[in-house]
Ligand binder design. Sequence first.
Ligand code: AMP
Length: 294
Amino acid sequence: MMETKIKSSQETLQRVSSISEMKKVSQTLRKQNLIIGFVPTMGCLHEGHLNLVKRSLENCDRTVVSIFVNPAQFGPNEDLDTYPRQLEIDIAKLEAIGVDILFHPTSEEMYPENYKTYVQVNDLTEHLCGKSRPGFFKGVSTVVLKLFNIVQPHNAYFGEKDWQQLAVIETLVKDLNLDVVINRVPIAREADGLAMSSRNRYLSPQERQAALSLSHSLKKARDKIRQGTTSAKEISHLIRQYLLEEKGAEIDYISICDPENFREKEQICDRTLIALAVKIGSSRLIDNCIIEDF
Ligand code: AMP
């Protein structure tokens, strides 16, 4: 007979900040044959994050969420110091939906003095965000591998908003033979289409309006492709024109590419990723969509 997996009587969120304690907690859960779901985040939680958490809560016996603003993935001129942080509000959100464990280590705990080891996924990281954010994916891969080793999850949940990041993590898991299943969760959007992001809170009301140009231009592109346009150049031009109508929008990239290896396409005739990175004011925003119904 299957053993019933009963949640602990104490239903409050367990907060863990030390690596050794987190490892002990996970080892104990594993000894009890409980399935651990894990959602790594940088905090400032919104519905997009909470969708990942809900998927874990539905499918796993225990859910661990990490909140860690990872210095290794920020470039020298990026927003590490100003990245939004609101731990107590995040804790209330996690408690409200019944998360079991919050892991929130300090930077010193994760990267002590004399820290030297980084992992690098090649090739995939040479495209899209990897071009404009050198070192970003090295930082992401390193922290995700560290977090997997610490939390020892059976399942981990990542959002398709960061499509390239997901591909990099899937490759990391495959290449390094990690025992964790990566689960993809679709992009969560605001009612008007803006992809949810912790960085959206940097936007002034005017910038918030301008930021809609990302999702709107993707919709325009999708419509045009549905009407029969297959030239990637033409679609890219259409998106560019649309984005440039927005004063203050600075395009980092528009990519029409293979969703697995990110090689640019000339013709849109099979599964295709359209990915954008655009700076609105001081915020660099990303969005994407998959074209697949031909
Ligand atoms: P972050 O806190 O930005 O590092 O994101 C943590 C996780 O939440 C990553 O797997 C992201 O892809 C995911 N995520 C962030 N925003 C969204 C969104 N709008 N929709 C789906 N997943 C998201």
